[in-house]
Design a protein around this ligand. Structure first.
Ligand SMILES: *[C@@H]1O[C@H](CO)[C@@H](O)[C@H](O)[C@H]1NC(C)=O
Ligand SMILES: *[C@@H]1O[C@H](CO)[C@@H](O)[C@H](O)[C@H]1NC(C)=O
Ligand SMILES: *[C@@H]1O[C@H](CO)[C@@H](O)[C@H](O)[C@H]1NC(C)=O
Ligand SMILES: *[C@@H]1O[C@H](CO)[C@@H](O)[C@H](O)[C@H]1NC(C)=O
Ligand SMILES: *[C@@H]1O[C@H](CO)[C@@H](O)[C@H](O)[C@H]1NC(C)=O
Length: 180
């Protein structure tokens, strides 16, 4: 399920950045496959997000300890077979490069978070990830209470792109995240 994988990745990245007094992010969907769709909407806490577009909530700010509720729906129009991959190309604090490429399925993804120099492994599903239409699915999550960067402001900006096995872009999102 692409949406699930995407959301897992999103939350994995999101939890990586869970290191301050709160977290803000904006995202721009720069490309999505013509057979696919995504809608990630946050409903609680109320007024956490300032805008919405075809892909759901945007310009969101959450405080540490917030209980977040939302919904996700989407469509992956074709299978993601072995050979599908995603690239992360972030700049941390505007200058520190954090780039890596991993398989979308059938392997674990290992990367080292710059600045704190911590190695993490993201477990990915088996291949293929089958084409699927995901009708609205509710989720909730609680942000950590404490701030590993002790309130130091950290930013991360840049694109995350998912490619199918033929190299066609399935989804390209540019993120702008601030953690404090
Ligand atoms: C959708 O994209 C595929 C692959 O990129 C292309 O072959 C196809 O013609 C496109 N279909 C439409 C309706 O634009
Ligand atoms: C996205 O999902 C939310 C929650 O179900 C819904 O209110 C909103 O209309 C959807 N947005 C689009 C563009 O379909
Ligand atoms: C989140 O939920 C927990 C458990 O229900 C509650 O103790 C806590 O006060 C909630 N946090 C916020 C910010 O509402
Ligand atoms: C991914 O890591 C887990 C836990 O270390 C391991 O059990 C699993 O076999 C790994 N998967 C692959 C495809 O290497
Ligand atoms: C939130 O999570 C809890 C615990 O997993 C679950 O019992 C509850 O139904 C969930 N609420 C929503 C709105 O999904």
């Amino acid at each position: 399920m692409l949406s699930f994988a995407t959301i897992s990745l999103f939350f994995a990245l999101y939890s990586l950045f869970a290191y301050g007094d709160g977290i803000s992010f904006s995202r721009t969907v720069t490309k999505i496959a013509n057979d696919s769709a995504l809608n990630l909407t946050f409903t609680k806490p109320a007024k956490s997000c300032k805008s919405t577009d075809a892909y759901g909530s945007n310009d969101c700010t959450f405080q540490w300890g917030d209980n977040i509720t939302g919904s996700v729906s989407g469509k992956l129009g074709h299978d993601l077979d072995k050979g599908s991959k995603f690239t992360v190309d972030l700049k941390v604090d505007k200058i520190i490069k954090w780039s890596f490429t991993c398989a979308v399925c059938g392997a674990n993804c290992t990367t080292t978070i710059p600045v704190i120099d911590e190695k993490i492994t993201i477990a990915l599903p088996d291949c293929p990830i089958k084409a699927v239409e995901l009708t609205e699915e509710l989720f909730n999550a609680t942000l950590p209470l404490t701030s590993p960067t002790k309130g130091v402001k950290v930013t991360a900006t840049g694109p995350i792109t998912i490619f199918d096995a033929l190299g066609a872009t399935v989804l390209a999102i540019t993120l702008d995240i601030t953690v404090q």
